[in-house]
Ligand binder design. Structure first.
Ligand code: AMP
Ligand code: MN
Ligand code: MN
Ligand code: MN
Length: 296
């Protein structure tokens, strides 16, 4: 059987609903061999996930999904095989978390103007880690009866033009790629079909991304249709980019993005896990294991 990869997933360290250990156990049950934990703007779940992965016999890739402002859009860049102790990465993540903290206060202020009180404390009760995101506000608003489900609550309150939306001031593309590469990782544009970019803007993005040394596009994604997968595969092939695959799993209450059900990688692209850079990070990891266990 071919090795099963899922290189995009979330835990309670950001806006997922399973703990890192629960997530790893589920991945194992779903026959995933290599799982990347890629929480938004933090790596706090990685150590726990790694321990559990060692226990159940699964390979855990240390990742993160970084929020980037590009023009008027927010983009997500997944970093894979990160050295989670790298000081520049940690400093970058701190910067993103500080913006997240301010943004959460601002979201609450804006909701209060619409007579929705107590949103910050409400969202905080749903956040298990130090990251607060729109999903935590969404859960609070649903609990309070402002909407019936995630889809509706985002549409009514949390997307651009709605009361609880605050424009992003995230990392630049250059910063995010700098942190990822500084930490020895590979950079992947997450769910590229989700940004509603025109063909011209998408071409510009790929150009800038590649100039900065960006490696891959997420071709297979839990949020891509079959046509979008084919389109992104073609873009990889034409531009000499590698291809990644990830479910973007957030937990069992999002049934439309399940785990272990990803379509196969199209044959016309080169998977990121077949690149020399990937192989190098794996060698590094294998060498690192005896050292760390000897230190225990
Ligand atoms: P944030 O980084 O805090 O702005 O939140 C972004 C996250 O919100 C995404 O990673 C998804 O988990 C979730 N999200 C964004 N848009 C939607 C939507 N329309 N419906 C449901 N969840 C969404
Ligand atoms: Mn999310
Ligand atoms: Mn994303
Ligand atoms: Mn994600």
């Amino acid at each position: 059987m071919a090795i099963q990869y899922d290189l995009h997933s979330h835990s309670t360290a950001s806006d997922g609903s399973l703990s890192p250990s629960e997530l790893v156990r589920l991945a194992k049950l779903r026959n995933i061999d290599v799982l990347a934990l890629t929480d938004h703007d933090n790596i706090d779940g990685i150590r726990e996930a790694r321990l559990e992965a060692d226990k159940v016999g699964l390979q855990l890739v240390a990742g993160a999904e970084l929020s980037v402002s590009w023009g008027h859009k927010t983009l997500h860049i997944v970093g894979l095989n990160l050295d989670i102790d790298h000081p520049d990465l940690l400093k970058g993540l701190r910067q993103l978390c500080e913006f997240r903290q301010w943004r959460s206060e601002e979201i609450a202020r804006r909701l209060a103007k619409k007579r929705i009180e107590g949103a910050l404390v409400g969202a905080q009760t749903f956040a298990k880690g130090k990251i607060i995101g729109r999903v935590h506000f969404a859960r609070f608003l649903i609990e309070q009866g402002y909407a019936k489900d995630m889809r509706q609550v985002f549409k009514r309150y949390l997307v651009q033009g709605k009361p609880g939306y605050v424009p992003g001031d995230w990392a630049t593309l250059e910063e995010a790629l700098g942190w990822i590469h500084g930490a020895g990782g590979q950079a992947v544009i997450a769910h590229p079909a989700r940004y509603r970019l025109s063909a011209t803007r998408l071409r510009q993005l790929l150009g800038e991304f590649q100039e900065l040394g960006g490696e891959a596009l997420e071709v297979v994604s839990g949020s891509h249709s079959r046509d979008e997968i084919q389109h992104m595969a073609q873009l990889c092939q034409r531009n000499g980019l590698l291809a990644s695959a990830g479910s973007d799993y957030h937990g069992p209450e999002n049934p439309y993005m399940d785990m272990g059900k990803l379509p196969a990688m199209p044959g016309n692209c080169v998977p990121v896990w077949e690149s020399p850079a990937w192989a190098q990070t794996q060698t590094g990891q294998i060498e690192a294991i005896p050292v760390s266990s000897a230190a225990l």
